[in-house]
Ligand binder design. Structure first.
Ligand SMILES: C[S@@+](CC[C@H](N)C(=O)[O-])C[C@H]1O[C@@H](n2cnc3c(N)ncnc32)[C@H](O)[C@@H]1O
Length: 213
């Protein structure tokens, strides 16, 4: 996906990847906005490993791989981290090398055009990213496409549900200003079956199954 908003977002994350992102966003903003979000994501990671059962796992957008290295330590198979920001991919590669996470490979990719075959992954992690990515439905469709039948999606998203105040026009708002239910509905529209949804402060966690064929 091109567009000025996406280009700006990509530049901001690339620029902040090395020094600012983890101390400000991950360690301060996420707990403030999402309560026990770190614990929720780590639990989702454990579930993703169990659901994948040795099949590849996709983590998109991976950011700095802050949450991914512990998942990689538990997973016997491949984990692919994908992110649109070159700085984030470089950082995630360094984090994987430093942690000796040999099974974690990182690629530059847009969630709207993932360079993977349909039905490739036993589980997909989508952590704290959809709120800043323009195009909720395109993202959900592409994530659902690469998930294998019987595979599981684990997602967290931070939203300020302003759409409640603006009615139907809210459907056109950026995902950050929509609700966690809107995100769950986007995954259902993409063919996934939502099996769990929970909310803590401004963070919504979603689990969804791609029905077996
Ligand atoms: C708030 S961070 C979340 C990263 C990580 N999952 C975490 O929890 O730390 C959002 C990430 O989305 C990435 N991003 C933004 N637009 C994207 C797109 N279209 N495709 C893939 N990644 C994107 C950014 O580069 C950034 O790394």
């Amino acid at each position: 996906m091109s567009g000025r908003a996406q280009n700006l977002i990509t530049k901001i994350y690339s620029y902040t990847a090395d020094k600012l992102y983890e101390p400000i966003v991950v360690r301060r903003a996420f707990p403030l906005l999402g309560g026990d979000l770190h614990d929720v994501v780590e639990e989702q990671g454990r579930r993703a490993v169990a659901a994948a059962d040795g099949r590849p796992i996709l983590d998109v957008p991976i950011g700095t791989a802050f949450y991914t290295v512990s998942m990689a330590a538990d997973h016997d198979g491949l984990i692919v981290g994908a992110d649109i920001a070159e700085g984030m991919v470089r950082r995630a590669k360094k984090v994987a090398t430093d942690a000796a996470a040999d099974g974690l490979v990182n690629v530059l990719a847009d969630v709207h055009e993932l360079p993977f075959a349909t039905d490739s992954f036993g589980a997909v992690m989508c952590t704290n990213g959809l709120q800043v990515i323009p195009g909720l439905h395109g993202s959900a469709d592409e994530i659902a496409r690469v998930l294998a039948p019987g595979g599981m999606l684990y997602c967290t998203v931070i939203t300020l549900p302003a759409s409640r105040l603006v009615g139907a026009a809210g459907r056109r708002l950026p995902t950050m200003l929509r609700s966690g239910l809107d995100v769950a509905e986007a995954f259902m529209g993409a063919g996934l079956h939502v099996t769990a949804i929970d909310r803590q402060r401004l963070a919504t966690s979603i689990e969804a199954l791609k029905p077996p064929t």
